[in-house]
Design a protein around this ligand. Structure first.
Ligand code: FES
Ligand code: FES
Length: 180
C-alpha cells in the first residue's frame, strides 16, 4: 500500500542546502567565502570577515545601523544575502579612511560632535557617503528626508545633519583652522 503523504514526509530526511562559494571585494580586497545560502551580507562581514564596524541593530531593515556601500550605493546589509553580491565591490566603515587620513565625513562627524554612543555612526557615515554620491540632497530638509532610514537612538540628528551639510557644501570644518 502507498504511504500517505504525511508518512512520507515523516520518513524523509531533509538535507541542508549546500554551501556556496562567493567572492566579495571588500574595501578593495578580494575575499573568498564559503557560506550557507541564507547568510546575510551583514553576517558575512561581521562574523566571517571580522569587520565589526558595521553594526547590527534591528536585523530587519528598520534602523540603518548595517548600512554599507555596494558598488557605491547604500544598502541595508541585513536585508541582503551575501550570495546575491558575488563579485560585488563593498565599502564598509573600515574602508573609509584613506592614506592615514579620515574621510571628510568621518572628520565632520567629529567636528560637529555628531554622535553620542556611536552605535549608529558607521551606518550614518556610509549612508551619508551614498547620499552625497546620489546628488539628490540640496538642503538640510533633503538631508533629513533622505537620511530618514538611519535611526539615532541618542538623538544626535541636528549634529549629524550639520556634519553632512558641511561636507556637501565643501565648507571647511569649524575646527579646520585649529587643526592646520
Ligand atoms: S540592522 Fe539592518 S536595518 Fe537595522
Ligand atoms: S549616537 Fe547613539 S545611536 Fe546614534
Amino acid at each position: 500500500m502507498a504511504k500517505s503523504s504525511a508518512a512520507r514526509k515523516q520518513g524523509e530526511k531533509l538535507s541542508a542546502p549546500a554551501k556556496i562559494t562567493v567572492t566579495l571585494h571588500v574595501n578593495g580586497v578580494a575575499k573568498k567565502l564559503t557560506l550557507a545560502p541564507w547568510t546575510t551580507l551583514l553576517d558575512a562581514l561581521r562574523i566571517h570577515l571580522g569587520l565589526t564596524g558595521t553594526k547590527k541593530g534591528c536585523d530587519h531593515g528598520q534602523c540603518g545601523a548595517c548600512t554599507v556601500l555596494v558598488e557605491g550605493r547604500r544598502i541595508n546589509s541585513c536585508l541582503t544575502l551575501a550570495v546575491m553580491k558575488d563579485g560585488a565591490h563593498i565599502t564598509t566603515i573600515e574602508g573609509m579612511a584613506k592614506d592615514g587620513g579620515l574621510h571628510a565625513l568621518q572628520q565632520a562627524f567629529i567636528d560637529h560632535d555628531a554622535f553620542q554612543c556611536g552605535y549608529c555612526t558607521p551606518g550614518q557615515i556610509c549612508s551619508a557617503v551614498g547620499l552625497i554620491g546620489e546628488g539628490r540632497a540640496h538642503s538640510a530638509q533633503d538631508v533629513r528626508e533622505l537620511m530618514s532610514g538611519n535611526i539615532c537612538r541618542c538623538g544626535a540628528y541636528p549634529n549629524i545633519v550639520a556634519a553632512i551639510e558641511q561636507v556637501m557644501s565643501g565648507r571647511p570644518a569649524p575646527g579646520a583652522k585649529a587643526r592646520a
